[in-house]
Design a binder for this molecule. Structure first.
Ligand code: ATP
Length: 267
């Protein structure tokens, strides 16, 4: 991919290549979201409805938000993101107004993807909620989703870490009726994620990413990204005395000495 393709509106854009592991999940996302956004006519021809809502569930930091951004980017869809807790923290009546605004903008700028992170905080199971506010916000959201045209080009992607804590009304047909589980990466997924995040880093030959993938069982994408950044910071701290930061610019020669070693990853 040419560098210029990765940049839109001056902002670096994420693509499928920025996602490590999750091959099957990406495949499902492409069928459920990309296909209907790109080719609504196929669904029309087949006489079936394209999904309006897709639920991504799995532990924090596994790439749910990343995946939603990538699909929006790959389909050139307008991307609108809302966080559940943020919506719920608004003043009386404002949460519903904000949701209406978002759905309105999505329709105007279609094709669009609305991403709702931590949806469980907006729509927990009825028995867990009691607040009147939650009830109003949930019913506003359901009516906004019901109001989306079946073949309109707006798809709502919601993410949650607690799939069982969701109001079942949300999962009825025509709402979030498709689900994709986003799992903790296996060894191969971890290797791909490490390769992505270490891609632009100057690594010394003793750094063995396969070995790192083998010993980081249980790490999610966000943890692996942090691990790479920390290694770079350790390298920087180690080299600091030699960099001559007094100079306006660090000399190329000194920059060339910034090389991340195995020890930077391990300490
Ligand atoms: P949360 O539930 O906390 O919102 P999430 O599942 O939405 O988490 P992201 O916000 O997408 O997780 O992940 C945080 C960061 O971790 C991403 O921006 C990315 O840099 C990195 N990351 C996570 N998963 C992956 C992955 N599969 N491949 C590459 N990078 C990843």
């Amino acid at each position: 991919i040419a560098e210029s393709d990765r940049v839109r509106d001056g902002i670096a854009q994420v693509t499928y290549e920025d996602i490590g592991g999750l091959k099957e999940e990406i495949q499902k996302v492409r069928e459920m979201i990309e296909l209907p956004l790109r080719h609504p006519e196929i669904f029309e021809k087949l006489g079936i409805e394209a999904p309006k809502g897709v639920l991504l569930y799995g532990p924090p930091g596994t790439g749910k938000t990343l995946l939603a951004k990538v699909v929006a980017n790959e389909t050139n869809a307008h991307f609108l993101s809302i966080s559940g807790p943020e919506i719920m923290s608004k003043f009386y009546g404002e949460s519903e107004a904000r949701l209406r605004e978002i759905f309105k903008e999505a329709k105007e700028k279609a094709p669009s993807i609305i991403f709702i992170d931590e949806i469980d905080s907006i729509a927990p199971k009825r028995e867990e909620v009691m607040g009147e506010v939650e009830r109003r916000v949930v019913s506003q959201m359901l009516s906004l989703m019901d109001g989306l045209e079946a073949r309109g080009k707006v798809i709502v992607i919601a993410a949650t870490n607690r799939q069982n804590a969701l109001d079942p009304a949300l999962r009825r047909p025509g709402r979030f009726d498709r689900e994709i589980e986003i799992k903790v990466p296996d060894r191969r997924g971890r290797l791909e994620i490490l390769q992505i995040h270490a891609h632009n880093m100057p690594l010394y030959e003793d750094v063995d990413l396969s070995r790192m993938a083998a010993i980081t069982h249980g790490f999610v994408g966000a943890d692996l990204e942090y691990l790479c950044k920390e290694a770079a910071m350790k390298c920087l701290r180690r080299m600091l005395p030699e960099l001559n930061l007094e100079d306006e610019k660090v000399s190329l020669e000194n920059l060339d000495r910034l090389i991340i070693t195995k020890a930077d990853f391990e300490q």
